[in-house]
Design a protein around this ligand. Structure first.
Ligand code: 5GP
Ligand code: MG
Length: 178
């Protein structure tokens, strides 16, 4: 693909990089406070959350572990269609876990991950940290303990989020006019 057509459908910047970083630092400091005397395992749900995870932990100053998990993406809202592609390597039994998510939309993914980890991995505690939240799209009521920004119901790309695997490299969050 030529660079010119690659960038053609990108819409306006919804959240610029500096604003993202400021918010991520705030979330990191809150996590630091909440887990002052404890350790945390950060679980990054691939691929959309890889940049958020990376920046988030760079601001957190407590003992921590990092691991990655990956599920098949699904179309529609049938959680029965979600399958695991890459499981954790870390044993999180009796550990405090924070699941790092790029975006909460219907809530199906977060609900699925919570149940999966609780039922099969026996952590002491699980919290959800989502950078973006399309609250108006929610179908399943999930608790988000740490949240970056509430955003409107627009398709967005950048900062890890893709359109057909493209645009994850962008530093800002942008509207995509597909
Ligand atoms: P949910 O299960 O909450 O409906 O959807 C969460 C997943 O849908 C996210 O992890 C993300 O992969 C995808 N998603 C939802 N909205 C957007 C969006 O606006 N842009 C992109 N790139 N992915 C989205
Ligand atoms: Mg995702």
């Amino acid at each position: 693909m030529k660079a010119k057509s690659y960038y053609k459908k990108l819409g306006k910047i919804l959240i610029p990089s500096a604003k993202l970083q400021r918010k991520i630092r705030e979330i990191a400091k809150q996590i630091e406070k909440d887990y002052r005397n404890d350790e945390v395992v950060f679980i990054c749900n691939l691929k959309g959350s890889f940049r958020f995870l990376s920046d988030l932990v760079s601001y957190v100053r407590i003992p921590l572990n990092i691991d990655f998990i990956s599920f098949t993406s699904y179309h529609g809202t049938d959680p029965g269609k979600i399958r695991i592609i890459k499981d954790l390597k870390t044993d999180i039994r009796n550990k405090n876990v924070i699941v790092v998510e790029d975006i909460a939309d219907t809530g199906v993914t977060i609900d699925f991950i919570m149940k999966y980890l609780k039922d099969f991995k026996y952590p002491r505690d699980i919290r959800i940290c989502a950078l973006l939240d399309k609250v108006s799209k929610r179908k399943i009521d999930v608790t988000i303990h740490y949240r970056g920004f509430v955003i409107p119901d627009k398709f967005i790309v950048g900062y890890g989020l893709d359109y057909r695997e493209y645009f994850r490299e962008l530093n800002d969050i942008r509207i995509y006019n597909g």
